[in-house]
Design a binder for this molecule. Structure first.
Ligand code: ANZ
Ligand code: ZN
Length: 887
């Protein structure tokens, strides 16, 4: 063993041997040394987008995954940790526009580099199962399942509204529309209706919700809640306001029925107007009749009409001059167009009850529409000038101003109103869902081609299964003016599978969420070119532990769950949910520094470019640029990001201090689910710990080598106290680490080992064999406890010190066992009270009897001092806890 710790020597050597021996390859049904099948464990990180290089968030995510994988492997599990690439998507196209490199080349180059980085981190990845979304052998199965879904009616075609950039002649994704304009051209974006494909996730809404609420015990509560809200089940009443509004062709609009969905049918007597979405047929008719309405609608749908867009807009509207009939009172109610009404929810129309709905209240105040209170809660006084939260209370009120419904509770009134609607054949109780079918068509190049052929005679025809995959040409370079597939004759031109006529391929590609909906199954059925998934999928899945960012709490996870259920219903797999446990790792944060430049923009500085200015308590209050000493602003701490220039390049850290230091720092600094604050001194501290570990082992190598592993501690009599203490600490810390490994709290696993190293360094053991056995035992336990976090250094020392000869390679060495006998302390400390007040402590042998304890307590100097000469009346002993001397 070398005297000095050189991380690069150690890590290169370890990685070389691991690679040569292919140590991370796992096979289904692997057996242990006793010939028993090992239990399987599937631990997987969300697959990365190959953006170019790893960032700290990746490092954290994969290290958590790796620690788990290595520890469970030692504990006898057959553990799968795979990796792949979310290789389709827009950034590759944007890079192509900028640098004129085909997205394929850019993507493959990035993958090669990032893979190298992952290996330099020492991740226990089974690369034989690597998948890549842009590999035809992967995406052919997207196409294959899509065709199956079409067959079953789970996939269907309908027109969709898209953002159209009239200058670039291209469809824009929502995030490419900035303040209503195209991100590249700056042109005002228009809405266009074009056909696209949808997946019927709504058919699974009920089951998805049920499982969210009742089966995902291993998921964080907040993620379950987010999924629940996204699915959005709402119980209410759907009914019609009748009307006599005709369109230009004198057709009665929607057969004279304007349906609304309401969760508060009890407030029906408080309706003072109705509001429809700008896209509603009544709004369209009003626009035809009135230029002002037309102008309002044009403005209202600009930019976006998604829920997120609406949430940020002021509530605005315009009266249409058109009226509908109140089903109970028969009154004429005016219809308004409101920008807060969504066409895609319920029926795109609402009965407005400003008295009890906050949005309607704001709207009514703004446009001076009547507000009527129809629910009373304990006689509280109601003001139609200012909204109060109790106006919306559905649980505790009694109806007022509601004619025949007066005096009813809300739920009684809802039942009555629903009953009325049924009798009049105007409507009924109904469950409405917020979730929409999943539109998967993207008018972009870099994605899975949708396997459809357009024939002039037959229309859209599915590509026959045997003609799959429809391969995406990889040499095209998008230039920003639409999908380059539209100009690629060799791709476009084909024959109709049904009639043989000249036909044209679909150029839309699939949403990349399709790729990520089942890639984790492909790892388990890797390299099977005959089937999408096989029996190996049922072996590994459902995944035991999924690890990824909270930003995927809704869409990715929900789509993957839906996709799994759809595959199950096609008989392709035998489980209901893909992910048993989910861990969302916290963000990595760093300080942010900035300055306003002359042009009024903000310039951000990397933490390495500045010196902090501290107040007397050591808090950062400002900063100076190292370059010229000028003062800049300190903006606090925030997520590491390119835009704030506060990222730390993990590669630089790995190159300078080694992967083990980087891994130790990210595991030690915070529990996995919490935010992690970057700290240069924390990194140095982690590195120092590893050097101390190394040098302790170096200094004591002779003793460690001479110690025995199978020493029988139970028969050792008259053990030296220092040895007993060391064993007590070692086994107590092991016990704690076991507990923390199980609950994925790796930071305290590390601190336990820091403590153990302190103890080892501080302990003075007597000379002799038994002491050597004890040191050897502690070091062997410490190396194994630490190994999952810092695999290189521990593996190396393990080999150097000859532990390999006894336990085998560290990767598969048995996890150490707690010696419960060592945990029995031979002394205990009892709290000493005098007249019930805490006055000190006494230390007594573990097996001391009552007389001994009492005598020790009486003799304590505090007793005499606090009794002030009074005699002792009695001594109360609570075994194991305290002694109270009463005088
Ligand atoms: C009258 C009413 C009175 C309402 C009241 C609420 C409170 P959730 O719970 O999310 O399902 N609504 C219905 N369709 C809408 C649409 N397309 N766009 C915007 N809002 C719409 O919300 C249901 C409530 O949202 C419905 O109940 C309706 O307003 C409104 F004191 O009807 B309510
Ligand atoms: Zn045809």
């Amino acid at each position: 063993m070398q005297e000095q710790y050189h991380s690069s020597v150690v890590e290169k050597e370890a990685q070389k041997i691991w690679r040569e021996q292919d140590v991370y390859r796992v096979v289904e049904g692997a057996k242990n040394a006793d010939g028993e099948e090992k239990p399987k464990y599937y631990a997987c990180s969300m697959l990365p987008y190959p953006s170019g290089k790893l960032h700290m968030g990746h490092v954290r995510n994969y290290t958590i995954n790796d620690v788990m994988t290595r520890q469970l492997r030692m504990r006898g599990y057959n553990v799968l940790m795979p990796m792949g690439w979310d290789a389709f998507g827009m950034p590759a196209e944007n890079a192509a526009i900028k640098s004129k490199v085909p997205p394929a080349k850019w993507t493959y180059d990035n993958i090669a580099y990032m893979k190298k980085q992952m290996n330099s981190m020492g991740l226990a990845i089974d690369w034989s199962r690597e998948m890549c979304a842009c590999d035809p052998q992967y995406y052919r199965w997207n196409q294959w399942l899509f065709l199956k879904m079409l067959d079953k009616g789970i996939a269907y075609r309908k027109t969709q509204t898209v953002n159209w950039d009239p200058v670039d002649q291209t469809v824009l994704a929502n995030e490419q529309v900035i303040e209503g304009r195209g991100w590249r051209s700056g042109a005002l974006v228009e809405k266009r209706e074009i056909p696209g494909y949808y997946l019927r996730i709504t058919d699974y809404a009920e089951e998805l919700l049920d499982y969210t609420q009742n089966h995902l015990e291993g998921w964080p509560e907040r993620v379950r809640l987010m999924q629940e809200n996204w699915i959005g089940r709402s119980e209410g009443v759907r009914f019609a306001f009748t009307h006599d509004i005709h369109d230009a062709d004198d057709q009665l609009i929607q057969d004279g029925r304007m349906y609304v969905f309401t969760t508060r049918a009890d407030t029906i007597m408080g309706v003072t107007f109705c509001a429809v979405a700008p896209e509603h047929p009544i709004a369209t008719e009003a626009a035809r009749r009135d230029k002002k309405v037309a102008a309002f609608i044009k403005e209202a749908i600009k930019g976006g009409t998604s829920e997120a867009d609406l949430a940020t807009k002021d509530k605005e509207g315009i009266a249409t001059g058109l009226y509908v009939t109140h089903p109970i009172t028969g009154q004429q109610i005016e219809v308004w167009v409101g920008n807060y009404v969504l066409m895609t929810y319920g029926d795109g129309a609402v009965m407005a009850v400003p008295g009890h709905d906050e949005r309607d209240f704001a709207f009514a105040l703004k446009y001076k529409l009547p507000i009527i209170q129809v629910v009373d809660i304990n006689g509280q006084s109601y003001s139609d000038q200012e909204w109060q939260d109790w106006y919306g209370d559905k649980e505790n009120g009694k109806l007022i101003n509601s004619a025949q419904y007066d005096g009813l509770s809300s739920s009684e009134a809802i039942d009555k109103v629903a009953h009325f609607m049924v009798e009049k054949q105007l409507g009924e109780k109904k469950v409405t869902w917020r979730i929409r079918d999943w539109g998967i068509s993207r008018q972009r190049y870099w994605g899975t081609p949708i396997p459809i052929i357009h024939c002039p005679d037959c229309g859209p025809v599915p590509v026959p299964e045997k003609a799959l995959p429809v391969v995406l040409p990889e040499h095209l370079i998008p230039d920003g003016s639409g999908n380059p597939l539209n100009k690629c004759e060799e791709f476009l031109h084909t024959q109709c599978p049904s009639c043989g006529a000249d036909a044209r391929r679909e150029t839309d590609t699939m949403d990349t969420f399709v790729d990520s909906s089942w890639y984790f199954m492909r790892y388990a059925s890797a390299n099977n070119n005959e089937a999408m998934v096989d029996e190996r999928n049922n072996y590994w899945m459902p995944m035991d532990q999924y690890i990824g960012g909270i930003e995927h709490a809704v869409m990715h996870l929900l789509y993957a769950r839906f996709w799994t259920k759809a595959m199950r219903d096609m008989g392709l797999l035998n489980y209901d949910e893909p992910f048993v446990k989910l861990l969302c790792q916290g963000m990595v944060l760093n300080h942010i520094y900035s300055r306003r430049n002359e042009l009024g923009g903000i310039e951000y500085f990397a933490p390495s470019e500045v010196d902090n200015i501290l107040d007397s308590k050591g808090n950062i209050i400002g900063a100076k640029l190292k370059a010229d000493g000028s003062e800049i602003q300190y903006n606090g701490i925030g997520t590491m990001s390119k835009s704030k220039n506060n990222g730390i390049d993990p590669q630089q850290l790995i190159d300078q201090m080694g992967a083990d230091t980087a891994r130790l720092f990210v595991m030690f600094t915070s529990p996995p689910e919490q935010t992690l604050e970057w700290s240069g001194s924390g990194v140095d501290g982690s590195n120092r710990f590893l050097r101390r570990l190394w040098s302790y082992c170096f200094k004591h190598q002779e003793q460690i080598r001479q110690g025995q592993d199978n020493f029988d501690w139970s028969s050792a009599e008259g053990l030296d106290k220092a040895i007993r203490d060391l064993r007590l600490e070692t086994h107590a810390l092991l016990k704690q680490a076991n507990y923390d490994y199980n609950r994925i709290q790796y930071n305290t696993v590390v601190s336990a080992n820091m403590k153990l190293l302190n103890v080892l360094e501080a302990t003075k053991l007597p000379e002799g064999d038994v002491a050597n056995h004890a040191i050897r035992e502690s070091v062997s336990i410490m190396l194994r406890m630490l190994y999952p976090v810092v695999p290189h250094i521990t593996w190396y020392i393990w080999r150097e010190l000859g532990f390999v000869d006894v336990y085998g390679d560290l990767l598969d060495a048995p996890w150490p066992e707690v010696d419960e006998n060592a945990l029995i302390a031979d002394e205990v400390e009892l709290v000493l009270q005098v007249n019930g007040k805490l006055r000190g402590a006494i230390t007594i042998p573990n097996d001391a009897d009552k007389e001994y304890i009492e005598a020790t307590a009486r003799a304590h100097e505090a007793v005499e001092r606090f009794l002030d000469g009074r005699p002792i009346k009695r001594v109360i002993i609570v075994p194991g806890r305290l002694v109270n001397v009463v005088g």
